[in-house]
Ligand binder design. Structure first.
Ligand SMILES: Nc1nc2c(ncn2[C@@H]2O[C@H](COP(=O)(O)OP(=O)(O)OP(=O)(O)O)[C@@H](O)[C@H]2O)c(=O)[nH]1
Length: 231
């Protein structure tokens, strides 16, 4: 596990969606996960659910272009009860549904929040984007913070190439570090390039093949929830 920054996570964004509902109750913290196809977004969501579900009331919204495959995977793995998992079929470029026309995703998030409002109000909603390119980021009207997931098998020059996901996401996750020796990726170079591109924003290197490989990202999420609740 590499962590190229001390765990100081800057809270630099402004919330464009009101943190409280009309009745004054606090809504859930919404965290988006984006990144290229196959980088490990669903696997990270599944691992986060397992790590955090005993501590928080949580739910997940998945985005697929024409299918519900990511939601079906999470259901099969039973990472959360089925009523806590919603699927949005974007039917177009994945980034459109998380950045340009966020209505279907907002509706899914708000329906989940409403469904649990009486019983156990949601603390956290994870919104997983469909796999896209390096320019795909979430609208701040949909999520309060975003995680961009890339993997070492996608090429160790991805952090150097930059793009809004790599440079501006609140957390950059470089996944599948276990594969680095097999694909010839230089993790130190990736860490250096990412640090250069991100001006102090945090980067986590993880392998979900390791026992509790998601623990650093889970800690970051806990800190974000604590800050959200305190605000
Ligand atoms: N070796 C290794 N494989 C991983 C790791 N994380 C995920 N995978 C595998 O990589 C493949 C893709 O992972 P997913 O989580 O489906 O990736 P995704 O980003 O959600 O993919 P799309 O939704 O299709 O964009 C799966 O076979 C995972 O089991 C990891 O840390 N190491």
């Amino acid at each position: 596990m590499h962590l190229d920054h001390a765990v100081t996570y800057p809270h630099r964004h402004t919330h464009s969606a009101a943190p409280r509902r009309a009745d004054g109750s606090r809504r859930a913290l919404r965290i988006g996960l984006g990144g290229p196809v196959g980088s490990g977004k669903t696997a990270t969501v599944a691992a986060l659910c397992r790590a955090l579900r005993a501590e928080y009331s949580m739910a997940v919204v998945t985005n697929d272009i024409y299918t519900r495959e990511d939601a079906e995977f999470l259901l099969r793995e039973a990472v959360l009860p089925p009523e806590r998992i919603a699927a949005v079929e974007t039917g177009a470029c994945p980034h459109t549904a998380i950045r340009d026309d966020i209505s279907a995703n907002l509706e899914a998030v708000e329906e989940l929040e409403d469904a649990f409002r009486e019983q156990a109000p949601l603390d956290l909603v994870l919104v997983e984007s469909g796999g896209d390119n390096l320019t795909a980021t979430f609208s701040r009207g949909l999520v309060d913070a975003q995680i961009f997931v890339i993997d070492v098998a996608g090429g160790d020059d991805i952090p150097r190439k930059g793009g809004p996901g790599v440079t501006t996401a609140d957390l950059l996750v470089v996944n599948k570090t276990d594969l680095a020796p097999y694909v010839g990726s230089d993790l130190d170079r990736m860490a250096r390039d990412a640090a250069e591109q991100r001006a102090g924003l945090p980067v986590v290197f993880q392998s979900l093949r390791e026992e509790d490989g998601v623990h650093t990202v889970a800690r970051w999420v806990r800190e974000r929830i604590a800050a959200w609740v305190a605000a």
